[in-house]
Ligand binder design. Structure first.
Ligand code: ZN
Length: 265
């Protein structure tokens, strides 16, 4: 499902959240965004390092840009490996897209966010908050207090189940609980339609049950058949593998300890 790239406009700045999957998508997005700027300065932020959210970055290299330290570290450490795997996965069904994806330059944000950063867009604040472990080890969400909204990246997924391949399933429910504590009326997921806090609460419950199941499995009890919920046996295997990695990486949140993370040069 297509990624949600969101433009938030204030009186004197506009913030674009995520840049698409390829340089071509990024350029197309930039063209569309520029028709909306009306003299405002543009700022870009990446929610996380998955290709569909940030491989369009190279179209915005001259623009002030932000991402969590872990996001930049991940892209620099394993962005090219991710690019190769993602391109291979599309080769059979969409070879044109696979080629564009495979040739996307790895471009990272200029400014690193360690915990949080507030951007004044002019009458609208955008609070960039590093959540830590959830969908990845470096998710960043954008809170818009004046608009009563939060742009959640892939911490929230509409139209499909949460993606677990790089996830920290034991911590993800905590990340969503933190999001709900914000009390915002509108949540824009990384994919799919905007959702309500009630939707997020349901997804939290699904992830909580998944985390509990993983904990039971890792403590030696239970079997695959004992899980009741929307995740398939394939998802459960992925979740369990990720939970094992999460436990090995330790309990501290947001340290960037996942296997795909790499150090900054
Ligand atoms: Zn993602």
């Amino acid at each position: 499902m297509n990624v949600n790239c969101v433009l938030v406009t204030g009186d004197h700045r506009a913030l674009l959240v995520d840049t698409g999957s390829t340089r071509e998508e990024g350029l197309e997005l930039r063209q569309a965004v520029e028709t909306q700027l009306e003299g405002r300065a543009l700022v870009v932020v990446n929610t996380h390092a998955h290709y569909d959210h940030c491989f369009g970055n190279s179209a915005f290299e001259d623009v002030d840009s932000f991402a969590s330290r872990g996001c930049v570290s991940d892209l620099l450490g394993s962005g090219s490996a991710q690019r190769r795997l993602a391109a291979e996965s599309f080769q059979a069904n969409d070879p044109g897209f696979a080629d564009r994806l495979g040739s996307a330059p790895i471009s990272v944000a200029h400014r690193l966010v360690d915990n949080s950063e507030t951007l004044d867009l002019g009458g609208v604040r955008a609070e960039l908050r590093v959540v830590g472990r959830g969908h990845t080890d470096h998710d960043l969400m954008v809170v818009l207090p004046e608009l009563g909204a939060v742009l959640a990246g892939d911490l929230v997924e509409e139209g499909g189940l949460p993606a677990l391949e790089d996830a920290y399933p034991l911590s993800w429910p905590l990340a969503l609980a933190g999001l709900l504590e914000l009390g915002t009326e509108l949540v824009v997921p990384g994919h799919g339609r905007p959702v309500s806090p009630q939707f997020v609460a349901q997804q939290l419950e699904q992830l909580h049950r998944l985390a509990e199941w993983c904990r039971q499995q890792l403590e030696g009890g239970g079997s695959l058949a004992e899980y009741e919920g929307p995740f398939t046996s394939e998802h459960l295997k992925t979740a369990l593998e990720r939970a094992r990695i999460e436990l090995q990486a330790g309990s501290a949140r947001g340290e960037g300890a996942g296997p795909r993370s790499g150090p900054l040069p």
